[in-house]
Ligand binder design. Structure first.
Ligand SMILES: [Zn+2]
Length: 340
């Protein structure tokens, strides 16, 4: 089985994101939001059959761990009330996709975060998504201000209510920022990779992994700059007397393979132990074109893994085994959904 641990519903029916625009406009005007739009099962089926499912079949992957569009989370927009309503709408839509295509998609929640608002207010949505929807993880935005970094770092106790829930439910968090509203930080070219790198560094210099020994985080987009600069982080940890970086981080922190060329994947697999790498593509996401050097889509990451000089057993860990281990509820959910 090939499990892609990083996919977003980037092809959702138009009225879904349309409503979000109206909701934010209404908020600015001090008016209540309009009623949520009607979205039929057929519209969802069509958006998936011609989108993510089609790509799964073309590329030979089986299951996508699926969450709302990341840049669309927009935690810097509106207020806690608009964030709650939007997260609720987005997660409900993911649940509908997973119900219509139970063999191909398993859900991960976006959280109703807002800049400088305690993440405590995310708890009811986490409860709902795990208990009612059967989701297996969350996307945690380390910068709900959208590029201005106004909240405390991930090591601060500010975030602990979310970590307590993650441990309680055995769900990992992918550290994933949303759109940037800071013009100096392009959303997918700078802000995403900065968020990945900053998130890793914040955890490294904190006591989170000591305070929550069983907690698991996934650093997406190949870990931002981290694998490339592994020597820097080893040295920083050493200078700060934090001990060996691998012992400090690698029981709890994992990296996905959303790296869009073979040399990057080779570096990732050389630097990061195979046990800490999870297959992912973020297909129909940030980079949608075809690489003229290979003739294939940049985000067709399975091709790169196939070419790595690793044993079949190691590749099976990257494609399946590690995801089943990191997402503690995944295997049971696969069984449950495939029985439907
Ligand atoms: Zn993403």
């Amino acid at each position: 089985m090939i499990i892609d641990c990083h996919g977003h519903y980037t092809t959702s029916p138009r009225q879904h994101e349309g409503w979000r625009g109206e909701q934010i406009e209404a908020h600015k005007a001090g008016k209540p939001p309009p009623p949520r739009p009607r979205i039929t099962d057929d519209e969802i089926r069509e958006s998936i059959a011609n989108g993510q499912l089609k790509v799964q079949r073309e590329r030979g992957t089986d299951l996508t761990i699926f969450s709302p569009r990341a840049a669309g989370m927009g935690h810097h927009l509106g207020d806690p009330t608009t964030s709650e309503a939007w997260a609720s709408a987005c997660n409900e839509l993911i649940h509908r996709v997973c119900s219509l295509f139970p063999q191909n998609f398993i859900g991960v929640a976006m959280l109703p975060q807002s800049a400088r608002v305690s993440p405590k207010n995310c708890i009811p949505e986490i409860d709902r998504c795990v208990n009612e929807y059967g989701f297996v993880g969350v996307n945690l935005n380390p910068d709900p201000s959208g590029g201005h970094w106004q909240d405390p770092p991930l090591g601060d106790r500010y975030w602990y209510p979310v970590y307590e829930k993650m441990v309680e439910y055995d769900i990992p968090a992918m550290i994933h920022v949303s759109a940037s509203c800071n013009p100096t930080h392009h959303t997918t070219g700078a802000h995403y990779l900065n968020g990945d790198t900053a998130g890793f560094n914040q955890l490294m210099t904190s006591s989170v992994l000591k305070d929550f020994p069983g907690i698991k985080f996934i650093i997406p987009h190949g870990g931002g700059a981290v694998p490339y600069h592994w020597g820097r982080y080893r040295g920083l940890a050493q200078d700060a007397k934090l001990g060996l970086l691998s012992e400090l981080m690698l029981k709890n922190v994992f990296f996905d393979t959303c790296v869009y060329h073979l040399p990057g994947q080779e570096l990732l697999a050389r630097v990061i132990p195979v046990d800490n790498i999870l297959f992912a593509s973020e297909m129909i996401g940030a980079v949608r074109g075809i690489d003229p050097q290979t003739g294939y889509h940049y985000d067709d990451t399975k091709r790169y893994i196939d070419q790595l000089p690793l044993s079949a057993a190691d590749k099976a860990k990257i494609f399946e085994g590690n995801a089943r281990r990191v997402y503690g509820r995944l295997s049971a959910t696969i069984e449950k959904q495939s029985a439907r």
